[in-house]
Ligand binder design. Structure first.
Ligand SMILES: Cc1ncc(COP(=O)(O)O)c(C=O)c1O
Length: 374
């Protein structure tokens, strides 16, 4: 039996009529770039997040570095983030020209550990960029308190966790901006690449609005800029899909509950959800020291499990350390997670037999490979 990791085409077929009509309306309109569908989706997204403004962009990566640039954070500045993330988070800081500074993650949630942030602050620190990893928010209440104390900007990387919530906060309650990604595999995905930033700050919005379109504002170019426009077709699709996000997140949480129940005696390290948090399970990540063997076993059995992310960013060849490479630099928790993490198939349209089969194969591997002393 085959269990896929994603179910993009199932989702499309479930809502084909709505999606096809939305795409046809863009084609009929003749306005394909920054058209009315983009404006409409931006308004809906801002309202959804309870923020003043949303700006459609062509990727989640751009939604992180454009606000840094808008805040004039660049060469000579430092931005603190986590190494337990997708590469794009640090690329965004690097593209803006600032130095990437890491604080280690928590061993349980794998999100940045707020208690380790202050030790990394220097007079050059200008911003914090926490990531809401796998679907669970970082502890933003603690992070906002640190930012306030040290007068730092906060830009949230929310590429993976739309529709999540903290215990006593919602995303963006105390941040300057937040970037999100709509690449197809995300919880809210378009049929290609897309992203958006949301903010309550008019200055960040105005600057990013110009930067996304060659520095232009009301037909005159105020600065150099870039092409980071969200296409109207993607915006129209996203407007349709946004209406379903809560129902899809609820289903992800339900699937996660089944995995957790089925694997509770397996000896695997299962996801930790902080009390009161809404973890929307972009990824259901389990951990085992036998990760590579287990991944092969599952893949051979037709379960398309994957690993997010098997090499921590500070250990990646492509990480731009510059001349002062410190290869002894350690982020113990991030590295432990990288060595052991594995993601099970997770998407709202996954079928019951696929969930059962995935659990059965995980349990089978654990039984056959029970280590002495476990
Ligand atoms: C945590 C994180 N940050 C940033 C990004 C970048 O988003 P995009 O691929 O849309 O540029 C992604 C996903 O790809 C991500 O998972």
């Amino acid at each position: 039996m085959k269990t896929p990791f994603y179910g993009h085409e199932r989702q499309y077929h479930n809502m084909k009529k709505e999606i096809d009509a939305a795409i046809a309306s863009v084609l009929d309109s003749g306005q394909y770039v920054l058209g009315p569908q983009v404006k409409k989706f931006e308004e809906e997204l801002a309202q959804y997040f309870g923020c003043k403004i949303a700006l459609g962009l062509n990727s989640g990566t751009d939604a992180l570095w454009l606000p840094l640039m808008a805040l004039e954070i660049g060469a000579g500045d430092e931005v603190i983030t986590t190494s337990n993330t997708f590469f794009a988070t640090v690329e965004a800081i690097w593209i803006a020209g600032a130095k990437v500074v890491f604080a280690d993650s928590r061993r349980d949630t794998n999100n940045i550990d707020p208690s380790l942030i202050e030790a990394r602050i220097t007079p050059k620190t200008k911003a914090l960029m926490p990531v809401h990893l796998y679907g669970q928010p970082a502890e933003m209440d603690r992070i906002w308190a640190i930012a306030k104390k040290h007068n730092l900007a906060v830009i949230e990387d929310n590429a993976q966790s739309i529709d999540s919530r903290g215990k006593d906060f919602k995303l963006m309650d105390g941040s300057d901006a937040m970037g999100t990604s709509f690449i197809i595999q995300k919880n809210l995905g378009c049929f290609g690449d897309g992203g958006a930033l949301v903010t309550n700050r008019e200055d960040i919005f105005r600057r990013c609005e110009a930067l996304r379109n060659h520095g232009s504002y009301k037909r005159s170019h105020h600065s150099f800029g870039f092409n980071s426009r969200l296409d109207s077709i993607h915006a129209a699709v996203l407007s349709v899909k946004l209406k379903h996000i809560t129902e899809w997140s609820d289903r992800r949480i339900e699937v996660a509950g089944m995995y957790t129940k089925g694997l509770k005696d397996s000896g695997l390290k299962l996801p930790t959800v902080l009390p009161g948090y809404r973890h929307v399970f972009h990824l259901y990540v389990i951990e085992t020291p036998q990760r590579d063997d287990m991944l092969k076993f599952l893949n051979d059995a037709g379960v398309d499990a994957k690993s997010h992310y098997p090499i921590a960013i500070h250990k990646q060849q492509g990480f731009p350390w510059g001349k002062d490479v410190d290869w002894n630099f350690r982020l113990t928790n991030t590295e432990a997670n990288a060595a052991e993490c594995m993601s099970l198939p997770m998407f709202p349209e996954i079928r019951q037999d696929e969930i059962d089969y995935t659990i059965e194969k995980c349990v089978e591997f654990c039984r056959k490979n029970k280590r002495t002393g476990d």
